[in-house]
Design a protein around this ligand. Structure first.
Ligand code: MG
Length: 169
């Protein structure tokens, strides 16, 4: 019957948004794609608030229809307070349901009115390549503003979108 063939490739999509607040303290900054971005802002989050990695985790889970990050790591669990999101990603990459699948490529949008991210794009791509053990040319990352509109444009939030293609074991 058509549709029962095991696919050679699967695709997943992920999205995340976190609120931000201005922060004049010396340790202020956002963590995006595992990279600390020094800036007079902080993210409101239960974990370290790395919305790029959260979107990427959801894309990976979506590709294998394995639920979402909130199911894996409930934000009501005090154990995840301030948690390094690279640990979330490592956990998901090690899930049995992803065993044998290889990542073809990932593509990410980061949408932030603040901070300006253009100078940080190479570092974020490099860190993602390390975290995923992929060559740099399989990591797409675009950063853009929201043209001053909506919560992101009004400097109240930062957003990320991720797509991942995985190849059959
Ligand atoms: Mg999140």
């Amino acid at each position: 019957m058509p549709g029962n063939l095991a696919p050679a490739h699967r695709v997943g999509i992920g999205y995340d948004i976190h609120r931000i607040e201005s922060d004049a303290s010396p340790e202020a900054g956002l963590i995006l794609a595992g990279v600390k971005i020094p800036c007079p802002w902080k993210v409101i989050a239960h974990s370290d608030g790395d919305l790029v990695l959260h979107a990427l985790c959801d894309a990976l889970l979506g590709a294998v229809a394995a639920g979402d990050l909130g199911e894996q790591f409930p934000d009501t669990d005090p154990a995840h307070r301030g948690r390094d999101s690279t640990e979330f990603l490592a956990h998901i990459l090690a899930l049995p349901v992803l065993n044998g699948w290889r990542i073809g490529n990932v593509d990410i949008n980061v949408i932030a009115q603040v901070p300006r991210l253009s100078a940080h794009k190479p570092g974020m791509r490099q860190r993602l390549a390390e975290l995923l053990a992929l060559p740099l040319d399989r990591i797409g990352l675009k950063a853009r503003t929201n043209e001053g509109v909506d919560a992101v444009g009004e400097k109240r939030a930062v957003q990320a979108q991720a797509v991942v293609l995985i190849e059959a074991p």
